[in-house]
Write a protein that binds this ligand. Structure first.
Ligand code: HEC
Length: 106
């Protein structure tokens, strides 16, 4: 009786584990890009005067980030730009490029 209950319990948990795994994985780049949402808005659509990053081409993004890494006037963006490897920045850039711009701020 106890063994049968355990088998039923285990079998019952398998689909749950599958759902949890699928739902738990954010789209590529989103986890890193979410470090930018505080200022540049959720998915890169800024609401408060910051530049939106949603829909920015990956090339333009890479160029901006390269400049911000070394620009002494970049302010708060310098540490953000320097904190990521080139590969991580490419991933973040691809993520923002794939996001629709929902606000016509800039
Ligand atoms: C604490 C607020 C803050 C956070 C967090 C932040 N930024 Fe910024 N970002 C700014 C500000 C302010 C500017 C404007 C800086 C300037 O013009 O020198 C800016 C400018 C930029 C620009 C240039 C945009 C343009 O059109 O000129 C890019 C690209 C950028 N940020 C990317 C990022 C990325 C990627 C992240 C996350 C890794 C990030 N930012 C996180 C505040 C922030």
């Amino acid at each position: 009786m106890k063994a049968r209950f355990s088998i039923v319990l285990v079998l019952g948990l398998i689909p749950l584990a599958c759902v949890a795994q699928t739902a738990g994985a954010p789209p590529p780049g989103r986890l890193l890009a979410s470090n930018c949402f505080q200022c540049h808005g959720t998915n890169g659509n800024a609401v408060s005067g910051f530049e939106s990053l949603a829909g920015m081409s990956a090339d333009k993004f890479a160029k901006e980030m390269r400049e911000l890494k070394t620009d002494d006037d970049a302010g708060i963006m310098k540490p953000h730009a320097k904190a990521y490897t080139d590969a991580q920045l490419r991933e973040i850039g691809r993520y923002f490029a794939s996001q629709p711009r929902t606000r016509a701020d800039r």
